[in-house]
Each structure stands twice: as C-alpha cells, then as structure tokens.
Design a protein around this ligand. Sequence first.
Ligand code: FE2
Length: 178
Amino acid sequence: MDEDHYHSDIKFLPPPNPHDIVALDAIRAQGNICPTANIDPEKESIFAVYDVSDELLEQYQSHFPYKVAVRWQIVTADLPIHYDWGTSSDKYLYLIDTGGDDVKTEFYSELDDDPIEGGSLDIEGRTLIKTIQEVPNSWFRINVKTPHRVVGITRPRIALIIRPSVLAFHERKGPLCP
Ligand SMILES: [Fe+2]
C-alpha cells in the first residue's frame, strides 16, 4: 500500500486566517452540535464538534467540488482505536493545538469482521502499521476508514476539520454529525 493510503500532507488548502481562529472558550460557548459523539457513552465526553463561521465554511467549500462539512473539533483525552462514522475515508485536519507535546496518530491493521461504518474497536490481534507525529498549523489528510487512534493528549486538542458532508448546505446545522 502506498504511503498516502493512511496520511498525506495537503498543500491545496490555505491556513485559516488568524482572525477566523476562535478561542477555545468561544468555540465551546456555541454548544456541542454532536452531543452523542462520545466514543464510550458510559464515560465523560472526550469529543465535541462545533460549527465554524460562515466565512470559514465558504472559504474552504470553495476548494472542493463536493459539499463539505467544516467543523471545530475539540478532543480532551486519548481516542481509543476506532473507525470514524460516515461513508468517506478522507478527513482533512488543521491542528490549532495538537493537544500535547508528543501527540501521535497510529494506524492499525484491519480484521475481517471490522465495523467499518464506525465505532471503537479492540486493539487485540492488530499490528501497528504507521505512526504520524502530529504537527500544528498545517493541513493533512488521514484515512478514517482504517483503524486508528490518537495518543498523548494532555490538554484540549483543537482542530479545524473538513470532510464530505452528508447534509445539504441549508441543513448543515441539523442534528446529524457528518
Ligand atoms: Fe478518527
């Protein structure tokens, strides 16, 4: 499998303008639009998703030939190994803060009966395939339809994320979490 299957650096997306980067408290004040997005419903929420401004949405939409969702994503603890929900394998991230001084995304081998539609997984029986040392302030793409986890989070991890949208533009504030 080629290098780009799991991860690639992205040059076609510009960084967000500094004045469009919202402080953590202000992002959180908007209310989590994906309150059920916790990986383990029994535990305290470690994962929240928020709308971006119309300016940011329109700026990044203009770089894609299909409808995208652009979100702030805040993660407050290590993410267990999982497949992302949704149908697309491409997710673009721009980390305002990686969430720690040594944060890594790790990709693991697949198993035959994996629930690739989304959800967390057992790590048992899987091999670590690739490790990404995360750096802030640059766009990269990861394949979220391979088993992956994020480790080393010691403070809120703040990301601008882009993924193909399952919602029409006017419905983008709806209850779904594309
Ligand atoms: Fe993920």
